[in-house]
Design a protein around this ligand. Structure first.
Ligand code: AMP
Length: 416
């Protein structure tokens, strides 16, 4: 018989880890909903063109996409990220601006699986479309920061850069191209290939052989226009005012091509340097227009759930919590009483579980222990005969026998 396992880079998430994932998203929801962000749930699959807009020169788009032609001859792809989908949704529905949206869910990239890098991975994120105010950049960065802080993470640092206005970026890219071409014989062949497509992305190289050439490459700050410099300075002042520490890293260009002005990354101090970005984002424009909408500014971030939870493990915070029920019903009379009692208790709003297969009293008590219940309700032949139930506190205290009809008020009294 064939035995199937998950494909490389794909995982089953079981309890209690699945509960931790849920709490992660719930915590994120709490942080961003209370700042006026509302959820958008884009589809997992879109016309491949939506994602191609993100950057023709990025690995995410050129090498890692899960794409196929569907039965209607449409060339579609599983989303590798959600910013492009959110922008596509904006163009399609034209919500009032500024549109503050948040999302959570899986993305797919055909990458080489390793610690902190999977082929299906979850992200939470926010995007704001339709406002250019630098204070919004600060709000966005601060929300991601607060969220990571709320998980208990302490060894996260914030790296910040500005890529300037599109024209600044163009002049910078031209200068970079000229510089790298002059030194191309000292670059790795991978970086030479990147150079031909997008000189900016050579700065992303983490290969040690490229480090010396990259270190002396032109720096974006010397290409900032007056407006870009002012925007960046307002962002830095805003972060300082909020007491959020950051380091300016003028080599931070981020993987995707559509960034302008502010870019940032939350870096996990405990993770290996190749996979230490918990999340990141920045300001972009052009994307909405590329997708057929009006020129619209955008700013946002995505935080990787998987990698952030690895950082939580390393820092021993936001640990998985064993789930429990409040009540466990033990029935040694065949199981029909347990059926009725659990149903009644659940309908009254309590959590309750029971054993099946008419197990022995001892075996049902063990199951009650495992369930983490505060209270066991026991029905044996005597209780069944007299219309009563034994209420036994599982963590010490005396058990009492109460009439079957008094179960709900009794639970209300004894459950904390
Ligand atoms: P990006 O969309 O590439 O800017 O990635 C944002 C965040 O998503 C990263 O910092 C990671 O935490 C996470 N991420 C990206 N790719 C993967 C992957 N293949 N596996 C796990 N997490 C990922």
């Amino acid at each position: 018989m064939a035995e199937f396992k998950t494909s490389p880079g794909m995982r089953d998430i079981l309890d209690p880890e699945s509960g931790r994932w849920r709490r992660f998203v719930a915590r994120f929801e709490q942080v961003v909903e209370s700042a006026g962000y509302r959820q958008v749930i884009p589809p997992l699959l879109e016309d491949i063109g939506v994602f191609q807009r993100v950057g023709e020169a990025t690995d995410v788009v050129t090498k890692e996409m899960y794409d196929f032609v569907d039965k209607g001859e449409r060339h579609v792809a599983l989303r590798p990220e959600q910013t492009a989908s959110v922008c596509r949704a904006f163009v399609q529905h034209r919500p009032t601006v500024p549109w503050k949206a948040w999302y959570a869910g899986p993305n797919f990239r055909y990458e080489k699986p390793q610690r902190g890098r999977f082929r299906q991975f979850d992200q939470v994120g926010i995007e704001v479309l339709g406002a250019t105010d630098p204070f919004l950049d600060v709000e966005v960065i601060a929300l991601g920061w607060s969220f990571l802080e709320s998980l208990g993470l302490r060894e996260v640092s914030l790296q910040l850069n500005s890529l300037g206005e599109p024209a600044d970026r163009e002049r910078f890219v031209a200068a970079l191209a000229e510089y790298f071409e002059r030194h191309s014989s000292s670059l790795t062949s991978e970086s030479r290939a990147t150079l031909a497509k997008n000189p900016l992305r050579v700065l992303d190289s983490k290969r040690p052989e490229d480090a010396a050439i990259i270190a002396d490459a032109p720096r974006i700050a010397s290409f900032h226009s007056v407006e870009a410099a002012a925007h960046f300075s307002t962002v830095r002042d805003g972060l300082e005012r909020l007491g959020i520490p950051f380091a300016v890293n003028d080599r931070l260009v981020r993987g995707l091509d559509y960034y302008r002005h502010t870019t940032f990354e939350y870096v996990g101090g405990t993770l290996d340097s190749a996979q230490n970005a918990l999340g990141g984002g920045g300001r972009y424009d052009g994307l909405v227009a590329d997708l057929g909408g009006p020129a619209t500014a955008g700013v946002g971030f995505a935080i990787g759930l998987d990698r952030t939870l690895l950082a939580c493990d390393d820092e021993a915070v936001f640990a998985p919590v064993a789930a429990s029920v409040q009540v466990f019903v033990i029935d040694t009379t065949g199981g029909a009483e347990a059926l009725a009692l659990t149903h009644e208790i659940r309908r009254a709003g309590y959590s309750a579980d029971r054993a099946f297969e008419a197990r022995s009293m001892k075996s049902q008590m063990k199951a009650a222990d495992r369930s983490g219940a505060e209270i066991a309700l026991i029905v044996g032949p005597d209780e069944l005969g007299s219309g009563t139930v034994v209420v036994r506190p599982m963590r010490g205290g005396d058990q009492v026998t109460v009439p079957r009809s008094d179960i709900l008020p009794t639970l209300q009294k004894v459950l904390s």
